[in-house]
Structures are given as structure tokens and as C-alpha cells.
Design a protein around this ligand. Sequence first.
Ligand SMILES: Cc1cc2nc3c(=O)[nH]c(=O)nc-3n(C[C@H](O)[C@H](O)[C@H](O)COP(=O)(O)OP(=O)(O)OC[C@H]3O[C@@H](n4cnc5c(N)ncnc54)[C@H](O)[C@@H]3O)c2cc1C
Length: 420
Amino acid sequence: MSSTHPIKIAIIGGGLAGATLMNALLKHPHLDVDIYESAPEFSERGAAVGIATNAQAALDEIGEPVSSALDRAGAVVMATSRLCIATGSNALDVLFDLAGEQRGKVVHRAALLSELLRPIDKTRTHTNKKLSRIEELSGGRLRLVFQDGVTSEVDAVIGADGVRGFVREHILGADHPALRAQVSRFKDSRALLPMEEAKAILGAEYFDESHRQYGWIGDGGFFMHDVLDNGKTVQCVLCIDTAEAWGSDAESKDLYRSLLEQALANWTNTPLRRGIVEVGTFYTLKAYAQSHHFVDAPTYAKGHACIMGDAAHCMTPWQGSGAGMAIEDAMILETLLREVTDPAEIPAAFRAYDEVRRPRTQRVVHSSYGTGLILSGRGSDTRLDKDKISQALPPRWGFIYEFDMKEHKRDALTAFEGLS
Ligand SMILES: Cc1cc2nc3c(=O)[nH]c(=O)nc-3n(C[C@H](O)[C@H](O)[C@H](O)COP(=O)(O)OP(=O)(O)OC[C@H]3O[C@@H](n4cnc5c(N)ncnc54)[C@H](O)[C@@H]3O)c2cc1C
């Protein structure tokens, strides 16, 4: 039996996951969707995000207005990428160049979010609305209680509320071992340098017209630099395996010269190593822990609620896939909710979503961490062996990039039929 009223859906969280899903669902008149963000305004922190080819395909499947959002936000195809080894007897050798055709697009986060928000009717976007409780009412309806006391009754809630959100707790329970993200052993720090400064500190030979990205595998760490702003700025990222270097699981740590020297103590003393220390001390940096949902959640759905994006599967950034997985989540949720004609079908739709999305996204969480170990010279089979690393790394991206979105959508619909 079809519902005579539109199905009322609340998306919690206005990051890239929530904003992408909002656009996807708004195309369907039988869905009445609002988006709630706890912060005073919708915003994205950080400079750039890479949107890989699989996520671009998912955006195309969702269609307008999201399929053109990347281009409207000024995304550019990523420059070629060169992986090198920074330490040992082969220090400064090139391992391999990543093929140009595998590259995604890189975009400023704030610009992408702004383009995703632009098409949304402002009466449907709500800021300063921190969800603090979900009450289950009769007939499957939910009452959402926000911190300011405002309530809203809905047929479904989708938690796109990030790694510290609330909806995961509603689904898993407050004591579940998979509830909280773990602080991984990696901390990373970023610096933005004017091009001339970067050339002087790191060596002009790494900065030519090709604007190539460089990744350097170290002994217990990884250093990366790439060119932004049409060649005006260089972004440097240093990831340290702090389990060895600092032995601390604090979430952030000021980076001082002595700590950097300590973190790079095992790296061969090359001009690059000295440059990395200089980058870190010249610009006052902070190192932030990389968190991930390393304990697998047994489900992403409960009744009329589900989670997506970082709320479901926060991952370390080594394979650059967190936002991409959130976009794929949005594609599958739209595929399923388009078919839902009565609120009573929502639990089956969310279970189908869980069935197809959880295995893939949890695999990326673990693969990303394993990739981090290899890239920081700590892979158990690869360590700092140049040939083994060169063989082990390239295949790790295949299952992420070479993925058929149309088939994924069909699998979701088949699962939904089986559960309805
Ligand atoms: C260093 C780094 C580099 C990365 N690089 C890449 C990359 O190149 N490619 C890629 O695909 N991914 C990358 N990622 C991952 C990507 O940034 C994230 O996966 C993605 O931004 C998550 O989006 P989200 O919307 O799920 O979560 P968030 O961006 O965390 O958004 C959640 C929103 O929910 C709000 N919220 C929280 N609690 C509540 C509540 N109770 N009520 C209402 N609102 C709430 C928050 O304020 C926030 O706005 C990277 C991550 C890091 C850390």
C-alpha cells in the first residue's frame, strides 16, 4: 500500500556525505527531506579533497545537480604522482609513477560543499541543530530531539553526522565495542609553503612544470608534497608512525624540532630529511591523530535509522577514499529510497543498504590502514624493500577504483526485494 503523504526524512550532518545525499533525495517528490547541522553554519575544514574515479562514477549515477558539482567547484584532474623511497641504501630512488588515467579530481573542500548546498531550498537546511536523542514512536515513526529542545517527528533518520555524531550510538548502543573510532598509530601534520620557499627547503629538482605530487616512504613515516593554486603553493604532509616515535595516543601534539628529529631518527640523513625537519619547524605545525572505525560495526542500520559517511566508516586517509565512500553511500540510499512508497518499507531499504555497503566500506577501512603501514615502511611483508613495496602497492587500489556502480545499484535493489 502506498503512503498518501510524502515520506519524511531527516539527514543529520551537513558535511560532504549529508549534502550529497540531500541533493540526491530532493529529486524525488515523494520524499520530504530536511538536513540538520549542529554547527552555526555549514562548513568544511581543510584544504583539498581528492575525488577518485569510483566516486566520480557514483556522482554521475546520482545525476544533476551533483554530477556537475565537482566542475562547478573548480576541481582539476590530479597531477601525476611519483612514489620514492626516502631512506636506506636506495634513499631518494624513484619506485614508480602512478598512471595518469587512474587519477581522480582534486577540489577545495569548501568550494565543493558550497556547490552541493547551492541547489538546496534554504527552508530545508537547519543549522545550530545538534541531535541529542532519538525516541522510537508507534508505527515506526521517530521523534528527534535537538539540544536546543526543538523536536521533529520523521519516518526515517539518516546519520551523516561524522565520526563524533550521535546516530551511530542510537544504532549500536552506548556500550558497543564498535561505537567509538580508534586513534590509529599515525599522526599527520600539514604545512602550506609558497613555491619559492618549498624549492629552497626541499630542492628545486622536485618542482617542475608537471606539478607532480611526490610521496616519500620513510622508516616509520611518510612525507608527501603536492602543488596547489596553479603552482603558487606547495602542500606538505608528514605522517608519523607514533607508536614507535612518540609512544603517545594523544589526539594532537605540537610539533617541535626535537620531536621531528625523534620521529625521523631512523631515516637516512639526506637533504630531503633535513628539509622535512625544516618545513616542520619553520611553520608551527600541529600533528593530528588519524582515527578510524577499526572495530567493525555489525550493522549500519536499525529500523528506521541508518548511518553513512564517516559516521558509519571513518577511515585513515592513506587511500583517499572516505569522501568517495560517502558519495557511494548516497548513491545507494537514493537508489533504495526512490523505490520506497510506504514508511513501513524503510527498515527493509536500510537493511539492503547495510547489506551492500558495509562489506565494501569496511574493507576500505582496513585496506587503508594496511596501505599506511606499507607507505611508512612498516608493512610486515614489505618493510623497506624497494621491490616488494613496488609490487605490493599498485594492486591495493583496484578493488576501490574498478567497481561497477550500476551493478552495485542492482545488487542493492535485489537485496531490497529479498527483504521486502
Ligand atoms: C587528512 C585527511 C585527508 C583526506 N583526504 C581524502 C581524500 O583525498 N579523498 C577522500 O575521498 N576522502 C578523504 N578524506 C576523508 C573525508 O574527508 C571524509 O571521509 C569526509 O569528509 C566525511 O564526510 P562526512 O560528511 O561523512 O563527515 P563530516 O565531514 O565529519 O560531517 C559531519 C557533519 O555532521 C555534523 N554533526 C556532528 N554531530 C552532529 C549532531 N549530533 N547533530 C547534527 N549535526 C552533527 C558535524 O558538525 C559535521 O558538519 C580525508 C580525511 C582526512 C582526515
